[in-house]
Design a protein around this ligand. Structure first.
Ligand code: G
Ligand code: G
Ligand code: MN
Ligand code: NA
Length: 255
């Protein structure tokens, strides 16, 4: 069977699961949110990473029902945590949108329907979109982003620095967060990459956006990013993407 047929079956069988990677404050090391990351848990127990099936899901259009499932599941989980371990603490749920999800005409309607159905506070949801997707058709992206922002949802630009953002759009897009691609973080001992990270942090802050560094794997990187004034971080050094129970343990430890 081809991958598309297998993905269709996996959707019917409920084989997609969502893991959550903590995003933390680089100053206090307190968890401040999570990124929802989908995995395919096959019937033999094997966990397939998204890199191996998101492109096929995107190509076939299956990303639309799959994305709807991830968004609903992430919101449902978040509302459970609010009622227990989170209380009223500031905390967000970040969900990735692929190109096809972002450009589908029904996106805003789908998001608002899900928020209502799951009783998810819009302000606690962030949607991550790569700069390449936004810059492909920046004017229509602008309208879409405004529609999402009117719901009260936050917008993060994912993989920042790897595409071609126009600075004027960067300033005009109604966004909250820039996520610095992990390539710059892993290369930060090189002077050039440090300069880029420093510049992105200051650009983001001057535009009023919060900055998240991705792919932090060492204490040295964490310290450097904190010294450069980066706000939030995410990476294996702090925590891998976790199943809900492990995430709740981590949140519990941070009181
Ligand atoms: O979890 P991992 O590092 O393997 O993720 C690889 C890629 O898959 C990342 O680029 C991430 O943005 C993407 N991805 C993970 N989960 C989702 C999802 O729920 N929806 C979409 N559209 N992309 C996802
Ligand atoms: O493209 P996006 O930023 O959405 O993808 C997040 C991806 O980065 C996920 O696949 C996640 O598993 C991966 N990731 C998260 N932390 C680290 C890390 O510290 N190192 C590496 N190599 N990958 C990471
Ligand atoms: Mn992401
Ligand atoms: Na990224």
């Amino acid at each position: 069977m081809d991958l598309e047929t297998n993905l269709r079956l996996a959707l019917d069988r409920g084989e997609f699961v969502v893991h959550y990677q903590p995003i933390f404050c680089l100053k206090t090391l307190a968890p401040r949110g999570v990124e929802a990351l989908v995995r395919w848990k096959r019937s033999d127990g094997e966990l397939v990473p998204p890199g191996e099936f998101i492109p096929a899901a995107e190509q076939s259009g299956l990303i639309i029902p799959l994305g709807a499932l991830v968004l609903a599941e992430a919101c449902r989980a978040f509302v459970r945590w609010r009622q227990t371990v989170l209380g009223q603490k500031p905390f967000f749920m970040s969900v990735n949108l692929s190109a096809r999800q972002f450009t589908q005409p029904e996106l805003v309607k789908q998001v608002v329907t899900t928020l209502r159905r799951e009783s998810m506070p819009a302000a606690d949801l962030k949607l991550e979109i790569t700069e390449s997707i936004l810059m492909e058709h920046p004017e229509s992206a602008m309208l879409k982003l405004r529609g999402l922002r009117e719901l009260g949802v936050g917008i993060g630009i994912d993989d920042f620095g790897t595409g071609y953002s126009s600075l004027s759009y960067l300033q005009r897009f109604p966004i909250d967060t820039l996520k610095i691609d992990r390539g710059f973080v892993s290369g930060m001992e090189e002077h050039g990459n440090r300069v880029i990270v420093r510049s992105v942090v200051s650009l983001a802050h001057n535009l009023g956006y919060e900055v998240v560094a991705e792919g932090i794997e060492t204490m040295g990187q964490l310290d450097d990013l904190a010294a450069l004034g980066c706000d939030l971080g995410q990476g294996y050094y702090y925590a891998r993407p976790l199943v809900e129970d492990r995430l709740l343990e981590l949140l519990g430890r941070h009181g």
